[in-house]
Design a protein around this ligand. Structure first.
Ligand SMILES: Cc1cc2nc3c(=O)[nH]c(=O)nc-3n(C[C@H](O)[C@H](O)[C@H](O)COP(=O)(O)OP(=O)(O)OC[C@H]3O[C@@H](n4cnc5c(N)ncnc54)[C@H](O)[C@@H]3O)c2cc1C
Length: 467
């Protein structure tokens, strides 16, 4: 690896300790290791130091200093990312976890401004008092931060009704490489005042700037909600039901697919006796009690038309929460069954969903590897779990299988990530995915961060940025 960057020296540490206080600077082995990994099972790289800024001015000073001394900076929230946004070139991990306050709730405007290290579920707990919520709902919501969600354009179970993080970001304060601070966006719901630079920053995974404060629009908490689970004799009948629900325009708030191996894992972990089936669909409706009943009835009719072997409707909030916690547990439960795991985040037009599932099984058979499919199928998002068991040697084979599927997805008009982002994991697909637009993206990166100080190795290879 070429040396583009400097390691953090004793005098650098003295500067950071003076700026942040020694409690906010750590070179302890434990902190370095814990803060140098995310949830992607890739190679291990270690940062030189972890810094915890407490104010935007701290972030400004750190980025100014790092740029002058050519020290890489990797912004970090909850560390739950699934794409390997890790300190490939060492340097600084900039943990935003101490910038975690609500700055202001604009109740009448249904908006909130938060510091970037605010945890998703904590924010929603606070917003409950106002009858408001921030909907995207990633399964990692108890740990992940709003800054991490904006940087990844995360979403989750409810995107089919409410959209992704991007749809809620009105504006933010961010700090560019070199320490320049800027506010982008506005507090208005409509905005047509020149280039929309704010939207460009969303999903940039710490490569273009560090978010310090973010203003989100919010939604009113639904009056009522209810969930149904339907079990199908074939994958085809489950996927056909999902597509029919979407095309009918039924206003569902979640529309999830789970195939047989993952149903079995969940049932064993949560001790639920699900009926025998090849696939399960979970659907939820939000609104007034009457509205929720109507939407679910429409869905159940479609399930019956498509030969569902059984349909369960949750009786109360506790039961509903139990089934959704079962759904959210899928990733950790998969890890109990397979120490090594590759997870895809592919997204396709919904007309390609069935083909995508069947293609996954065919590729799994070709590479003799176990694969199972789960996903936010209401919006075409497929998470394949490639199980390697205890055998790390199988990692390259799983990646090969996953790559073959990803190339097919791009070919049919889909994308290699619906919500997790590119990170270090998927940058090999950037040219294929974007064609000529890839060069434009590189030029934007060079313009905003010419020394490639921010998250080098993430989204782009450094030697493409620095020429
Ligand atoms: C069990 C589990 C379930 C998950 N479920 C979902 C899901 O349902 N939907 C989904 O979309 N994702 C999911 N994820 C992936 C991940 O949780 C989300 O992408 C999440 O939003 C990341 O937030 P974080 O705070 O943990 O960010 P981190 O992992 O710390 O960082 C993610 C990226 O954001 C950048 N970043 C963080 N903070 C800032 C900031 N302030 N300024 C600039 N850049 C920043 C980092 O540099 C990195 O590139 C899941 C992960 C796990 C482990």
């Amino acid at each position: 690896m070429k040396t583009y960057f400097n390691k953090v020296s004793r005098s650098d540490l003295e500067f950071f300790e003076k700026l942040l206080g020694s409690r906010n600077v750590s070179t302890s082995e434990e902190e370095l290791v814990v803060n140098s990994i995310d949830a992607f099972q890739g190679d291990f790289y270690r940062a030189d130091v972890v810094l915890w800024p407490e104010t935007t001015e701290h972030v400004v000073e750190i980025l100014r200093y790092a740029d002058q001394h050519r020290i890489p900076v990797y912004p970090r929230g909850g560390g739950t990312g699934l794409t390997g946004t890790v300190p490939v070139y060492g340097g600084i991990v900039l943990s935003m976890l101490k910038m975690n306050k609500i700055v202001e709730v604009y109740e009448e405007d249904m908006q909130v401004t938060v510091e970037a290290g605010m945890i998703y579920e904590k924010l929603n707990k606070e917003l409950e008092k106002y009858g408001l919520f921030f909907p995207p709902d990633p399964s990692s919501g108890s740990v992940c931060t709003i800054g991490g969600m904006v940087a990844s354009n995360s979403s989750g179970l409810k995107a089919v009704k409410y959209g992704t993080t991007r749809d809620y970001v009105l504006g933010f304060e961010l700090v560019f490489a070199g320490g320049r601070k800027m506010k982008l966006g506005s507090r208005t719901f409509k905005y047509s005042t020149g280039y929309d630079l704010a939207r460009m920053m969303i999903g940039s995974q710490g490569t273009l700037g560090v978010f310090t404060e973010i203003t989100l629009r919010l939604r009113k908490l639904p009056q009522d909600f209810k969930t149904a689970l339907a079990f199908f004799p074939t994958v085809e009948s489950a996927v056909k039901s999902i597509c029919k629900i979407v095309r009918t325009g039924l206003d569902v708030a979640a529309l999830e697919f789970v195939d047989e191996p993952l149903i079995k894992n969940i049932s064993e972990y949560k001790k639920i006796s699900f009926p025998e089936s090849k696939a399960m669909v979970l659907v939820e409706a939000h609104g007034s009690a009457r509205y929720v009943e109507d939407v679910l009835e429409g869905c159940c009719n479609i399930f019956r038309e498509n030969d569902a072997v059984d349909i369960w409707i949750t009786r109360d909030r506790e039961e509903r929460e139990f089934f959704w916690s079962a759904r959210r547990s899928v990733y950790p439960v998969s890890l109990r069954h397979s120490r090594y795991l590759v997870i895809s985040d592919l997204v396709v037009p919904i007309s390609k969903l069935l083909e995508a599932v069947l293609k996954t099984y065919a590729i799994a058979e070709k590479y003799k590897i176990k694969a199972s499919v789960i996903g936010h199928f209401g919006d075409g998002n497929i998470h394949v779990h490639w199980f390697l068991g205890d055998n790390r040697e199988l990692l390259p084979i799983a990646h090969k299988a996953n790559d073959e599927l990803a190339e097919w997805v791009i070919d049919v008009g889909g994308a290699v990530s619906g919500e997790h982002g590119i990170g270090t994991e998927k940058k090999k697909f950037m040219k294929l995915q974007h064609g000529e637009a890839y060069d434009l993206m590189l030029q934007i990166k060079r313009l905003l961060d010419p020394k490639c100080i921010l998250s080098p190795g993430v989204i782009f290879d450094v030697d493409e940025v620095i020429q």
